[in-house]
Structures are given as C-alpha cells and as structure tokens.
Design a protein around this ligand. Sequence first.
Ligand code: SPV
Ligand code: MG
Length: 435
Amino acid sequence: MKNKKTVYMSFATDIINSGHLNIIEKASELGDIIAGIQTDEVIAQNNRFPLVDIEERIRIFSSIKNISKVVVQDTLSYKKILNELKPDYVVHGDDWVNNELSFIREEVIKILSEYGGKLVEFPYTYNNTLTQLNHKLKIQSGLPEVRRPKLKRLLKSKDIVSIIEAHSGLSGLIAENTVVRVDEKLKSFDGMWVSSLCDSTMKGKPDIELVDFTSRISTIDEIMDVTTKPIILDGDTGGLIEHFVYNIKTIERIGVSAVIIEDKKGLKKNSLFGTDVSQQQDSIENFSAKISAGKRVLISDDFMLIARIESLILEIGLEDALKRANAYVNAGADGIMIHSRKKEPDQVFEFAKEFKKEFPDIPLAVVPTTYCQVTEKELADHGINIVIYANHLIRSAYPAMLNSAKSILSNGSAVEASKKYCVSIKDILGILPNR
Ligand code: SPV
Ligand code: MG
C-alpha cells in the first residue's frame, strides 16, 4: 500500500555515495521521498560546484529507487519549497547542526513547526572510504577539463559572476574558501582573476609585461595547486600574434577558463594611469586579427577569449568603444571587458546599455576599482555579467605587512606586531589544506 506521508530531502551533490543511499533508505521508511535538487547557483553559494549540470542531476536522482518525485530548489532557504509542498518530514544529515548551514536548519525547524511538520536528522556517516572519496572529488574538481567549463556554467546560472584577484597560493585559498552569510544566503567568490598588476607587484616589478609568460603560468600553477574555482587570466595585450597563438593554447590546456586581452600595443602601462602616461591603443584591424588568430587555435568550447576595450581609459570615447566591441565580437571574442577609471560608473553603464542592445548574450565584464562604490546588484541591473575585484587582496595585504615591519622596528620587539597585526601560528597553520 502506498505510504501517504511525504518526506523532503534537499541535495547539493551529484556524486551519490553509500552515506546518501543509507539516509535515503532510512527516510523512505517515513514516507514518499521528494528530492529537491539544488540549482548551480544555490550550490555555488556554499562554495561547491557540481561536476554535472542540473538536467543530469535531475535524471540521476529521478532514477534512484526510493525517490518518488524530484523538484528543483532554487534558493538556499527551504522556505518557498516547504510552504509549497508542506511535507510531513524534512530529512537531513546531522552535519548541519554545527556547520555553515545551521541557520538554514533553524529556519526549517521554524517553518515545520508552523504546520506540524517534523525534522528528522540521521547521523552523518564519516568513514575512511567517504573521506577518501571527498578528497578525490576535490582534486578532480580542480583538474583542467573539470575546472575550465565552470566559468561558462556560472555565467548561465548567475545574475552576475563575482571574481576576486589571486596572486599566490595563499590568496588563492582566501578566494576559494571564504564564505559569508548575508541574510538568507551564503556568499563566496565564483572564481579568481590572475591580475598582471598584482602578479607583477607581488614580484616587486612594474606592470609593463615585464613578468614573462612562463612566470605568469607559474603563478597560475601555484594557485591551481590549492584551488578548484575557475580562473580568468589577465593576458595583458596578448603580445605578438605569433606568440599569442602558442600561449593561448597553453592557457587553455592547463584549465584556465578565460583570458582577457586588452587592445593596447607597444610598451603597455597599467590602465589606471590612464592618459597620465603615454600608452597606445592597437588598431581595430590588428586587434581583431589577434582575436581571430587566438580563436582559431582553441580546441575546447568552454574556454573564453574576452576582448578588453581601452577607449574609455584613453579618453577616446563611447562611440569608439562601441565600434570596437562590435568588431571584436565579429572577430570571434566570447566576451567583452569595458574598462574605466572614472570615479562614477556612468560611462560603463552607458556602454553596457548600448552594447547589450546589440549583443544581449555576449558576457560583459567590468573592473570597478575607481568606482568601487558600485554594488553587484547595480552592475547586474545594467546587464553586466562579470565583476572583477582586480587588486584588493594585495592592496589589503600590503599595509598589514608594512605596519608589522614598522612596529617591530619601532619597538625593538615583535610583541606589539604579533598582537596587533598577526594571526596566531595555530590559525595560519590551520588554513593550509590537508594533503
Ligand atoms: C590588472 O589587474 O592588472 C588589470 C586591471 O589589468 S587594471 O589594473 O585596472 O588595469
Ligand atoms: Mg593588467
């Protein structure tokens, strides 16, 4: 006879292990199981990334014996779905009693109590096999073929993709692991920007394409070794076309998701100098030829070549920027980055409005360094798809290091610096991943 009670279980995973199956089996004794499949966007909030897309996950869960129905859960909060389905039970592993999801648990208990539902928690099984499996999955998630497509998938599933710069393994760990709670959501960065400015600054060198490609690759490798999120490389001007067609293949092969090249030529200087220094923009023809040449040698569909337009930086104007955007997209660019060093985002918004009229589906990236007061919501509302916080980890690390150095010198002792500017040795040891 059919059991009339219903049980809701929410899933953020695509690799079903024996721990899940045990819980599903036990839950099926309570009633018919409705599985809520979390969307990519919800899973990304909790700093994870499914290996297969949501359609595939729906198929996988639909085919499990004890699951009678599958629905999509598109918020981290269960509020909407519980009020809609009113299940008799919610079943979850007891791991969320103390982890970052404990506030979601509290909310579930409250909603269930409003209509007489019940939360049932089964012990979360940690054993060697599962720990090893999780470890393997983590490593797999950072492999080139798995990491590379993540950016395109995020662009499909999120209003705006949020990227923070990383210039070392350590800053990569911060980009990878930092999660904060904002209201009913968890927030983490979607990926990393390997900035030419920060990579050069880290080495004590100016941002003039002096740090060579081999060295840039070595920074990426260091970051990749300890992270799994997608990487966007700041490819400077891309260099000579004859070199670019080799370098872009290397970047694609190692699992970078996108390279952004800027339409400057000659001795490139940092864009935030603007017209204070002499910088030359490339011709539309040359730069379009570089884009087309780069696209021709790529072999995967998931790698993106994004063209960066410097017309606003060089004060040549919106019309030129739009003309270039048109040419670069026609030359094969998978996305456009529009850069500005104005204190307000107005000209970037103007560009976005016009650009999106013509190319609604081409991703648009921005770097709000000088107009940093702008919010992600405002950017998304103006059709911008990628926001890059291009230099904030190195800019915040520098004053902390300088203060420590000054304090040790001034006091002839490290005790003040230790207390005021340093994390404990225990904490610094704790952030490093277990191998
Ligand atoms: C970088 O981060 O190196 C960039 C962005 O290219 S900007 O510094 O604003 O030019
Ligand atoms: Mg740069």
